[in-house]
Design a protein around this ligand. Structure first.
Ligand code: DAH
Length: 337
């Protein structure tokens, strides 16, 4: 190789580096010329065969080739990295996409929405109330006697200012009737609090849906019809419901409502403890004393109310055996629903 060949080689190398359009092409040029087994080390070995006159110029040109090519490659690499960064942190079209995973709604949210939907088709609207309530809204206005055990500090969380964490969603009835004249047709899903020690079926905070229907001539038959419709929509057309007499301070008469067991269809199994029935909710005809508390004329209107625990229904529908699973936020559990 003579000086002329070397000058041509230099032009070729710089030209190739200049023409490279991405990092890979540039790296190929670097390997071709500058790597240990590349062309440049070979050219260096030629030095001893170059004529004495050309030798100084030859040496100088080899150095130029090495330095200029190294510098050019470095600059262009930086340019590629910069533009890739600007286009989105090294965005590589050829890489498989990163799967972010679609979330699911929490089972409690799903069942709350389902219950809400069913009552909305009957013309109920959703009413809301705060978690922190006055004793009056939570107990007094709901005709709860002063010595009722649920008022006890062992059952209800009280705040220092005398308010409490509501122990049911029933105070929303009170709030709504204080602000609206009849007719009233509301449901109110929300969070409630009780001083319970957590176990498989108890949690110190949980969710309920409250329902209230007030108008002229509302009867127990309307309550039965409404809840039968609800039961069929929730569980399917074959479900039967039964009313058992019960007591709640805010309703008279009061009932507890059972659905036929969804597992054995009423034949009797482990889930329903062989009774064929599963207790789902409490209900009744609004006590005239409640109407009096909120300023309604109990000789002009009647109404029914009901309340149910959302966790309980969620656990029944999804076959969940421990309520704590619903609060531990383990995605392996939650993503199954
Ligand atoms: N508040 C009751 C509870 O927490 C549930 C309930 C029963 C609500 C009967 C009602 C009702 O509105 O009429 O156990």
């Amino acid at each position: 190789m003579n000086l002329q060949d070397l000058i041509e080689l230099k032009a070729k190398a710089l030209g190739e580096a200049e023409a490279a359009t991405d990092g890979d092409a540039l790296e190929a040029v670097r390997i071709e010329y500058l790597a240990r087994k590349g062309l440049l080390p070979k050219v260096m070995q030629e030095l001893k065969n170059v004529s004495p006159e050309e030798k100084p110029m030859f040496g100088k040109t080899v150095n130029e080739l090495k330095n200029e090519l190294t510098e050019l490659i470095k600059q262009k690499q930086a340019g590629f990295a910069g533009s890739a960064g600007a286009a989105g942190a090294g965005f590589d079209l050829s890489q498989p996409g990163q799967w972010q995973g679609l979330g699911t709604r929490h089972p409690i949210t799903q069942i709350t929405d389902r219950i809400t939907q069913i009552f909305q088709t009957l013309g109920f609207t959703v009413a809301d109330g705060p978690d922190v309530e006055s004793v009056w809204n939570n107990f007094d206005a709901l005709n709860t006697p002063a010595d009722h055990p649920s008022r006890d500090e062992q059952d209800t969380f009280y705040l220092n200012n005398g308010d409490l964490m509501r122990c049911h969603t029933s105070p929303v009835q009170v709030r709504y009737m204080m602000e609206h004249k009849p007719p009233v047709r509301i449901i109110s899903p929300g969070r409630c609090y009780r001083r319970d020690t957590p176990d498989a079926t108890h949690s110190a905070n949980f969710h309920q849906v409250e329902g209230l229907y007030v108008d002229e001539n509302v009867s127990l038959a309307d309550l039965k019809g409404t809840l039968s419709y609800f039961a069929r929509e929730l569980m399917g057309p074959d479900v039967k419901i039964r009313f058992r007499p019960h007591f709640f301070p805010f309703t008279e008469p009061s009932v507890e409502v059972d659905f036929t067991c969804h597992v054995c269809q009423g034949k009797g199994c482990r889930v329903c403890k062989n009774s064929g029935w599963i207790e789902i909710l409490g209900a009744g005809m609004v006590d005239p004393n409640v109407f009096q508390s909120v300023g309604y004329d109990s000789s002009a209107v009647t109404g029914f109310a009901f309340g149910m625990g959302i966790e309980r229904i969620t656990m029944i529908l999804y076959g969940i055996h421990d309520i704590r699973n619903l609060y531990e936020n383990d995605v392996r559990f939650l993503s199954q629903f």
